[in-house]
Design a protein around this ligand. Sequence first.
Ligand SMILES: [Fe+2]
Length: 189
Amino acid sequence: MQEMMGRVLEAWAGVPEAASFLAEWPQLGPRRVLEPATLPVCRWLQEMGSDGVVGAIRAASGRLQWRQTYGAGDFGADFLTGYGWAEFIGLRGLMASERIACGILLLAPGIVYPAHAHEAEEIYLPIHGEALWQQGQGEFKPVPVGQAVHHASWVPHAMRVGSEPLAALYLWRGGDLAAKSVILGQQGA
Ligand SMILES: [Fe+2]
């Protein structure tokens, strides 16, 4: 787990927009023991290779608590088979923080994550796959691995995943760090 956290921090260190979030990175915060939990979407980790931060997360995935914020009533049952996240830092993470949350989002090929918004300011860093990302009413644009996406508080955003599964690290700051997003779009939107 130490190895994985080191790799995650290393990945963020290359993102200038993340610097002020990283200032809140817990150094000696309480470590939680989380009951491991898996999800159907975790199978896609097997297709992501074993190098770098992706490989470190894949190696630790069986010890992570994979979770979902949405239910079948939000974006349908199919969405739930291709969606999940695990928190490394935060109110529910391996390392406790009330200032920031950090974790990983997994989305299966073909998944559409309709427009949603939340109070927390957010940075995503794709680490595998290439999805189309939308901010506000803008166009859906491809975001390659290593290119960060910054969402200000309450700015709506949506994703469409292509033929490869998407893995993206996220950082959250401000607002309720465990809040469920407000849904603005519908499946297929
Ligand atoms: Fe978000």
